[in-house]
Design a protein around this ligand. Structure first.
Ligand SMILES: NC(=O)c1ccc[n+]([C@@H]2O[C@H](COP(=O)([O-])OP(=O)(O)OC[C@H]3O[C@@H](n4cnc5c(N)ncnc54)[C@H](O)[C@@H]3O)[C@@H](O)[C@H]2O)c1
Length: 258
């Protein structure tokens, strides 16, 4: 199962080089190694971002044309196409999964939910991009992992499976929910310049995963979010150890001037 990636869109906008190296070349190296050693099943952990952006209606299915908009999603798409080519050319037994936005414990503090929890706990501003009306479909990390496990065991080689949380929220509604869970005021919200090329909306149709893998998301968002907030409250030292060093200079570069 290839989880390894450079995964943060904002970092890919600052410098796409490591994304090309890890996400594309890294996948090619793994595919060749696995083929050489006769690995019986390979799972490529991909993302719904390969489909690009939706308007206010519709959902991504596995048939939606690939149309990545960020260097991150472009590199993940290139990796998906290599996986597809290895299946068609060599009969390599690969399955690809495409999931929506994850949340949960141990998420790296640069991602939106842990970033906002940590900032709010320190009464620092929560930097919301643009109008805050971009929509994401949130899924608990354990539901994503159960999906990957199902794809590993029951997925058909050469196929793609979408996973989503049935939980579309604007970034602003998500921020309100976080502030409420933390007992912090909405006045901490600070609107900052939008992310360049910011996708408007992602929404996943996971009918195929339900039909073929008997997979469905189980964690209710309100419960999952409360557990996640509680986890970050109990693990501030873990967060603190990451928010120093290289992370601090990244944060300054990303948000310092906004
Ligand atoms: N987080 C999400 O919302 C989400 C949604 C859909 C898909 N995904 C995919 O799930 C996977 C994991 O995402 P995440 O959110 O845990 O990201 P993450 O950045 O927290 O973790 C990625 C991991 O890959 C490792 N890695 C990076 N470069 C490597 C290299 N060259 N060699 C070996 N290891 C390397 C990192 O050390 C890290 O442990 C990624 O492939 C990502 O594209 C994530």
């Amino acid at each position: 199962m290839n989880f390894a990636a450079e995964s943060h869109v904002d970092r890919s906008i600052l410098d796409s080089g490591p994304f090309v190296q890890t996400n594309i070349v890294g996948t090619q190296v793994l595919l060749d190694c696995c083929r050489l050693h006769g690995v019986p099943r390979y799972v490529q952990v991909s993302t719904d971002e390969v489909y690009g952006s939706l308007g206010d209606d519709g959902m991504f299915t596995e048939e939606t044309p690939l149309a990545p908009n960020s260097p991150y999603s472009a590199s993940k798409t290139a990796a998906d196409l290599l996986v597809r080519a290895y299946f068609h050319t060599f009969g390599f037994p690969a399955v690809t999964t495409r999931c929506s936005n994850n949340y949960g414990p141990y998420q790296f503090p640069e991602k939106l939910i842990p970033l906002f929890i940590s900032n709010a706990l320190q009464n620092q501003p929560l930097p919301v991009y643009g109008t805050g009306l971009n929509v994401r479909d949130w899924i608990h990390v354990l539901d994503h992992c159960r999906g990957i496990d199902a794809a590993l065991r029951r997925g058909r080689a050469g196929e793609v499976y979408n996973f989503g949380g049935n939980c579309e929220l604007t970034n602003l509604d998500l921020t309100y929910a976080l502030l409420e869970a933390l007992g912090k005021p909405r006045s901490l919200i600070k609107y900052v310049a939008d992310r360049p090329g910011h996708d408007h909306r992602y929404a996943i149709d996971a009918t195929k995963a339900k039909r073929e893998l008997e997979w469905e998301p189980k964690v209710l968002f309100r419960q999952g979010l409360k557990q996640t907030v509680d986890w970050y409250l109990a693990n501030q030292s873990w967060v603190g150890s990451i928010r120093s060093g290289e992370y601090r200079s990244y944060y300054e570069q990303q948000y310092g001037r906004k």
